[in-house]
Every structure is written in structure tokens, then in C-alpha cells.
Design a protein around this ligand. Structure first.
Ligand code: GUN
Ligand code: ZN
Length: 429
């Protein structure tokens, strides 16, 4: 039995109706990595065991750890590689870097740096692409497990239209995926995601095999890319002339379902959106990536009208930042470009509880509530002079959140906690 912990801070959370609220002078109690009580500090302190560890965070705000529902750990060194769109970017920058992950030592080293970056930016859960090399998945899970993190990841399936060094073999890729599921799925806080890279690089047999594994292993995730870029879409049309749309290719293979997360979803039509909703699949919205690669602008109004779940994601290394603040600001700007104004609390929700919900994990992470896992961050609104000034002028919670979204960066993340333990690199108090 580990010691009871009690965190004293202001508290940002979502209430039962999903509304963001700020509780001043709160206490959050954590036992065995889970939240067991929260409320006004004055009322709860006396109920603590005498040997409880007290973590005083006065002037800071405790908030849910961010959830990033689409990012590629092997693309750490691809960030900041400009290209004339998705397909040249994949061929000239991404595939060559991913080839290096045939070396397990490289995967292990990059996993550590990647997790450091996630935690430095306050991201405690990710839905993560590895490469097609099974060893890259072992490396990422091993590093995540050692840090006690809730992470979902999987081996890329890509058996065609991709270069030697990253292309896998159909049968072996499915054997490897199943072996990884058996060894990692449900172990500690880890989960496995079947990861067909995208329709152009997966044979019919491979997509069919992915579906079989998804059926055989309860609770596994599916992650892939869809409708990101016009050249990509034209390619899919050539490969699958009989399919109604790009999304329809996945539906025909039975890959639209709960716990299936589709990255980008920019160029969907009304029927696609209705299918996402009907089959309870979710979208990962990646605005910094979509701007960086010039892919397009996610249609928030159409997504809300259709009513399917979506959450925010960095899509590192197509995305240009690990920072949830950058992603939320880019989402705000993308929505503005299409005439919609996203409220700050909603932006925050889409990167926390809403993102967890899109992954089917909203009972575990994404909020600070009794029964949930104790993954949270301590925010410092005084981290920079300008943020200090602007945030102190805020007249409402929305204004305060927006000052962080627009002006915040990793300096605002004073500390990151996973299962109640401090995990932000370089700052272990
Ligand atoms: N489509 C297929 N692979 C990728 C990838 O690695 N990144 C992005 N953004 N889109 C993809
Ligand atoms: Zn991606």
C-alpha cells in the first residue's frame, strides 16, 4: 500500500454535465494512483490519515492531463521537415526516418525523448503510431510502462506501396501484431491499437487480417489515417474504384467501430460523417499538421452537426508541436477560417475529457473526478510575464483558459503527474 497523497491547489475540472469549472482552494486525494476524494480543502483536510503526503501547489491550478489521440513517436526527428504536401513529405522525410527503427536501440532511445517531450508539455495519454518494426512497439511500451503511463500504441501495417525498410510482409505483420497484443494489451496501463497506416499502403489481405484481429481481441483499438490530402484521396479512388469514398474503404473492411480513431477526416462528405456517427468511430483532429502540410481545414460545424466524437491531436511529426496549447490555438484559428468560433472551454475539453471519450477512455482519464486515474498537471499562469499579466485580467473562466491557450507553452506546465506520481522531466517535486 502506497501512502495517501493530498494535492492542494485550485482545481480545473469538468462537472457531470461536462461543463468546465474552477474550484478555488481545493484538495484532491489520491490513493493507489486513483482519485478518491475531492472538494474544498477546508472541509477535507481533517479526513486525511496523519501520514498522508501533502503536495502544496498554492497559486497553481491542478487540471486534467492532456490526451493526444494521434501522434507518431518515430517521427520525433521529422518535425520541422517542410514538403510540398503529404505524399512527398512521407517519401522524402518520414519513411527514411522510420527505416531507422529496425534497430531496437534507436527505438528505445527515441521513446525516452518522445515521452519526455509529451510529459514536459503536460500530455499524459497518447494514441501512438510506432513503425512497422515490432521492436519499435516493444521499445515504446517498455518505456511507457516504466513511467507508469496510460498509453495506447501499435505496429504500423504497411505491406504495399511503400519502400524497402518500412514495408512489411502481410502474413508476418499480422502474426507480429497478434503477438504484440498478447504481450502488451491490458498490461498495467497499456493498450494495443491495430494500426493499418492508411489504405494506400495496406493490401486487402492486410486490412482483412486487421479486422479479424480486432474481432478476436476484445478492447483493442484501431487507428489509421483518412481523407487528409487531395492527392492521397485521388490515389485511393484509383486503388478502390468500387468504393463510394475513402472512408467507405475502411467501412467495407469492417474497420469503423467504437475505439477506431481516424486521423484528419478533413475531406469527408455528409454520408461519411453520418457513417462515423452511426458506427461510433471517432476522429482525431490535427490542426497544426493540417496547416503545416497544407492538407485542409477540418469542418467543425459539419462534425458537430453529424455528432460523431472527435478529439485533438498533435500528429507529431506532421504536426509542428507537442504543445496542446499550440494545437488548441490552431483549432481555434482553423474554425475561425470557416466562420465558426470555438469557445475556450470546448477547446480544452477536446484535448482532455473529449479526447479520452473519443478513445473510449473517459472513465479512466481526461478529467479530475472520484474514481479516475490520477493523471494531472499543475498549471502556472504566472509562467511568463505576459501570461501573468493577461491571465490576471481575465474576467471569466473562458477568458482565463483562452489566455493560456493563446500565450501558453511548456513553461506553463509546472508539473505533470501520472497515477499521482510526479513525472515531468527535470522537475521531480
Ligand atoms: N498518412 C499515412 N501516413 C501518415 C503519416 O505518417 N502522417 C500523416 N500526417 N499522414 C499519413
Ligand atoms: Zn498521422
Amino acid at each position: 500500500m502506497s501512502k495517501t497523497k493530498a494535492f492542494f491547489a485550485d482545481l480545473l475540472r469538468f462537472d457531470d454535465a461536462g461543463i468546465a469549472r474552477l474550484d478555488r482552494d481545493a484538495m484532491v486525494r489520491v490513493d493507489e494512483g486513483r482519485i478518491t476524494a475531492l472538494g474544498p480543502a477546508a472541509a477535507l483536510t481533517s479526513s486525511l490519515p496523519h501520514d498522508a503526503e501533502r503536495i502544496e501547489l498554492r497559486g497553481k491550478t491542478l487540471a486534467p492531463g492532456f490526451v493526444d489521440i494521434h501522434l507518431h513517436y518515430p517521427q520525433l526527428d521529422v518535425i520541422a521537415s517542410p514538403a510540398d504536401g503529404l505524399l512527398p513529405w512521407l517519401n522524402n522525410h518520414t519513411f527514411p526516418q522510420e527505416t531507422r527503427f529496425s534497430d531496437p536501440a534507436h527505438g528505445a532511445a527515441v521513446s525516452e525523448i518522445f515521452l519526455d517531450e509529451m510529459l514536459r508539455h503536460g500530455v499524459t495519454t497518447g494514441l501512438v503510431f510506432c513503425t512497422s518494426h515490432a521492436a519499435s512497439v516493444d521499445a515504446f511500451f517498455t518505456a511507457s510502462q516504466a513511467r507508469g503511463l496510460r498509453m495506447v500504441a501499435g505496429k504500423c501495417l504497411m505491406d504495399r506501396n511503400s519502400p524497402e525498410g518500412v514495408r512489411d510482409d502481410t502474413e508476418q505483420s499480422l502474426i507480429d501484431s497478434e503477438d504484440l497484443i498478447r504481450r502488451w494489451h491490458g498490461r498495467d496501463r497499456l493498450g494495443y491499437a491495430l494500426t493499418p497506416r492508411f489504405a494506400p499502403t495496406c493490401s486487402d489481405a492486410q486490412l482483412h487480417g486487421a479486422r479479424e484481429l480486432a474481432t478476436r481481441h476484445e478492447g483493442v483499438w484501431i487507428q489509421t489515417h483518412v481523407a487528409e490530402n487531395h492527392d492521397e484521396i485521388a490515389w485511393v479512388r484509383e486503388l478502390y474504384p468500387q468504393s463510394r469514398s475513402y472512408l467507405d474503404v475502411y467501412e467495407r473492411f469492417g474497420l469503423l467501430r467504437p475505439r477506431a480513431v481516424y486521423a484528419h477526416c478533413i475531406h469527408l462528405d455528409a454520408t461519411d460523417r453520418a457513417r462515423m456517427k452511426a458506427l461510433a468511430a471517432a476522429a482525431a483532429v490535427c490542426p497544426t499538421s493540417n496547416l503545416f502540410l497544407g492538407s485542409g481545414l477540418f469542418d467543425f460545424a459539419a462534425a458537430d452537426e453529424a455528432g460523431f466524437d472527435y478529439g485533438f491531436a498533435s500528429d507529431v511529426g506532421g504536426g509542428s508541436s507537442f504543445s496542446p496549447f499550440r494545437t488548441m490555438l490552431a483549432a481555434f484559428e482553423v474554425a475561425r477560417m470557416r466562420g465558426k468560433t470555438l469557445p475556450p472551454a470546448e477547446l480544452w475539453y477536446r484535448h482532455t475529457l473529449g479526447a479520452a471519450r473519443a478513445m473510449g477512455l473517459s472513465q479512466q482519464v481526461g478529467n479530475i473526478a472520484v474514481g479516475m486515474e490520477a493523471d494531472f498537471i499543475a498549471l502556472d499562469p504566472g509562467a511568463t510575464p505576459l501570461l501573468q499579466r493577461r491571465s490576471s485580467l481575465a474576467r471569466s473562466l473562458d477568458e482565463w483558459l483562452f489566455s493560456l491557450i493563446v500565450l501558453g507553452d511548456d513553461r506553463v506546465i509546472h508539473q505533470t503527474y501520472a497515477a499521482g506520481a510526479a513525472v515531468r522531466p527535470g522537475q521531480m517535486a
